[in-house]
Design a protein around this ligand. Structure first.
Ligand code: RP5
Length: 163
């Protein structure tokens, strides 16, 4: 098994139905990843250890998802030199707005690249783009993927035009 380049972490296993889409996107591009629960509130010491060590293990990008008082992405951004992509996980109440605002409003100097509420697929694709900078093979695959999006949009346009 190749060593993981991306780490997908989340506050609870209940976040996995949302977060698994990030893993699916990485798998589509052949990017090795790991996935685990690292709760900022329930296992803070483990979170600190993970955040401090991730870059020493060869991880290049962290994708962190959490719901509600979603402190995990921001705390990890404070601990690691790696880019952190935050995924606001929608819960039963507030439609994920609480998660979004918890993740997106970071102070200057501690960035978290925040994707839309529940959009873990975009987190995976953004991680691929980060890794593609400096990787010609991955850049080519991303260009092909973007072409497929364009072709699909054209095909939908044709359905509308012919209606
Ligand atoms: C957050 O609390 C987790 O990220 C999860 O979204 C939420 C609920 O967790 P569980 O009670 O389902 O474990 O920290």
């Amino acid at each position: 098994m190749p060593e993981p380049l991306v780490s997908i972490v989340m506050g609870s296993d209940s976040d996995w139905p949302t977060m698994s889409a990030a893993g699916d996107a990485l798998a589509e591009f052949g990017v090795p990843f790991e996935a685990d629960v690292v709760s900022a509130h329930r296992m803070p010491e483990d979170m600190v250890t993970f955040g401090r060590q991730a870059h020493t293990r060869g991880i290049r990008v962290i994708i962190a998802g959490a719901g509600g008082a979603a402190h995990l992405p921001g705390m990890l951004a404070a601990l690691t030199p790696l880019p952190v992509i935050g995924v606001p996980v929608p819960l039963k109440y507030l439609d994920g707005m609480d998660s979004l605002l918890s993740i997106v409003q970071m102070p200057a100097g501690v960035p978290v690249a925040t994707v839309a509420i529940g959009n873990a697929r975009n987190a995976g694709l953004l991680a691929v783009r980060m890794l593609a900078a400096g990787d010609e093979r991955l850049t080519q695959r991303m260009l092909e993927f973007q072409e497929s999006l364009r072709d699909a949009a054209h095909a939908k346009g044709a359905v509308v035009r012919d209606a």
